[in-house]
Design a protein around this ligand. Structure first.
Ligand code: AHR
Length: 347
């Protein structure tokens, strides 16, 4: 059994299938790096080519517990570490970049073999990553990206293409509302300000809907990727005169969409018909909401990154070259495909 050292609250999290690689329709056993979209660049990962005899120690700074996606991501990493015999030291930053810096410095002090970071926001990483480089510890960026000028500060970035997710959401809305006379007013529930998924999902969506001038984002509501904020923001929006209500809600994640659904129902409206709703992630709850007709479509964002993280960690320690960028294949689910998808949901 692999060793696990963690101060992260995981006790209430559901167990997920592990030891597998991802796919849009369910995990598949894959012995090598999965068929991800990747940009292969030779990257020198500092460790020697000698295989270590002691268990590999991975320090992981997880950014928080804001959503069901995040909890599934944490569980995937914990389970994959255990399965693969990697010793995991995980710290929960509770949405604070400062706490992430503290965790990273503690990993340096403990002389871990590899550091993985799921960054809460994308700016401000250059100095701390320089410290890690000075210490000679390779870095894996996971889930969200960092905006740094010096690409040698990390070995690889494993995570979704958030811009593409926004594009998929935009294309869905253009198609769904193609016969609507217009104008089409859209409310956007944003995730954590300054985070890559919030920035890129917004950009991808706007770049796509501008193809049709009838479509306008009329309300931009920051809601931190949480269900509670999604509900509160929608409640406030629905207190405005009816003429200002949007026809469409685009939520940057499922939790915020589910919170908004509650507020829409409380206002006596029917989510999914009185207001068209699209979100991102593909959690089981959101798929169930699609089956009930309360959400119209969900763009998939796969949180099950644990197996690939462990594999990348081992490859680095074996001195191998990794792709600079690894992107999981992802899908879009609609009410038509929701029932089929529900059978396979792991999170
Ligand atoms: O970074 C991934 C995003 O963060 C997920 O879409 C969201 O649910 C989470 O909180």
């Amino acid at each position: 059994m692999g060793k696990l050292i963690t101060r992260f609250m995981i006790m209430a999290l559901p167990l997920l299938l592990t030891g597998c690689m991802w796919s849009g329709t369910g995990p598949q056993a894959v012995p090598e790096l999965p068929p991800v979209n990747s940009t292969r660049e030779p990257v020198s990962s500092q460790p020697t080519s000698e295989a270590p005899t002691d268990p590999i120690v991975l320090g992981f700074s997880q950014l928080g517990t804001e959503s069901n996606w995040r909890n599934a991501n944490t569980t995937s990493i914990v389970d994959a570490a255990e399965e693969s015999g990697v010793t995991l030291i995980m710290e929960n930053a509770e949405q604070s970049q400062e706490k992430q810096f503290e965790a990273i410095r503690s990993f340096i002090q403990r002389r871990v073999d590899v550091i993985a970071i799921a960054p809460v926001v994308q700016e401000g990483w250059e100095p701390i990553l320089q410290e890690v480089k000075q210490a000679g510890i390779p870095v894996i960026i996971l889930d969200r990206s960092v905006n740094v000028r010096d690409g040698s500060l990390y070995v690889t970035f494993i995570g979704s293409d958030f811009y593409e997710e926004g594009v998929k959401a935009g294309k869905y809305i253009l198609d769904k509302m193609r016969n609507f006379p217009g104008p089409v007013s859209i409310a956007e529930l944003e995730g954590t300000l300054g985070s890559t998924p919030s920035i890129d999902r917004g950009r991808g969506f706007r770049d796509t809907i501008k193809a049709d001038s009838r479509f306008q984002v009329t309300h931009v509501l920051p809601a931190d990727f949480t269900e509670e904020q999604g509900r509160i923001r929608m409640e406030t929006l629905l207190e405005k005169p009816k003429a200002e209500w949007p026809q469409v809600l685009y939520a940057h994640n499922d939790d915020m969409a589910i919170g908004a659904v509650e507020a829409i129902e409380q206002a006596g409206l029917n989510p999914g018909s009185d207001m068209i709703i699209i979100s991102v992630d593909g959690t089981r709850r959101a798929v169930d909401y699609m089956i009930q007709g309360k959400i119209n479509a969900v763009v998939e964002c796969n949180p099950l990154l644990g197996p690939l993280l462990m594999q990348a960690t081992k490859e680095i320690m074996a001195g191998r070259t990794l792709p600079k960028r690894m992107v999981p294949p992802e899908d879009i689910f609609t009410q038509e495909t929701a029932a089929m998808e529900a059978q396979d949901r792991k999170y």
